[in-house]
Design a protein around this ligand. Sequence first.
Ligand code: FE2
Ligand code: FE2
Length: 203
Amino acid sequence: MLRELIMNTIYRKIWDLAKPYYEKGRPMDIAHIEWMMKDAMLVCRKEKIDDSLLLPLVILHDVGYSAVPKGNPFNLDLRKAHMEAGARIAGQTLETVGYPREKVIQIVKYVSVHDNWAFGENNIYTGDRVLGTFNDLDFAWMATKEGFPALMKILNKGPAEMINYLETDSKLKDRPFSTKTAKGLFEKYVKERKTEYGLAKTR
Ligand SMILES: [Fe+2]
Ligand SMILES: [Fe+2]
């Protein structure tokens, strides 16, 4: 149902325009965004978050990877460059679909700082439920069925190490989950991965 809701709205148009950029970007990003749209809509509904800001942010946040050299996304120069390029593409895309001007300004701003945690900035997330929820989901992706193996590869970790990485990441302390719903989703995914990779405790 959430999927239909997303696909019958303006978000569908934004996604259609964003997709070609992702096709030129990182291999996992289409799956990443399609998953994230669905979970973002769910959190918006349960937690009364403004989906007119969160959904375009989710859809457009990493379009900038299409315009920067290929490389490890944990590289800081690349991080900065993909946010700058992404903000530009996001603005153009939202103008193309006739998105409300004041929302375009806000979403472009969000895209331009969405990974600033990598530069030690945490209060932009804890002080803003839209950006906070975005970060919650971007993090939770690493525990999903498709995100988990993709990140194991990027980080060169085995399943047990990857679980440990997720459960001890500074995100949990520095940028605690903005909502119970997002926290619950993350915990559910971690549990599923433990079962999938035979790491669940047996009693
Ligand atoms: Fe990003
Ligand atoms: Fe992302």
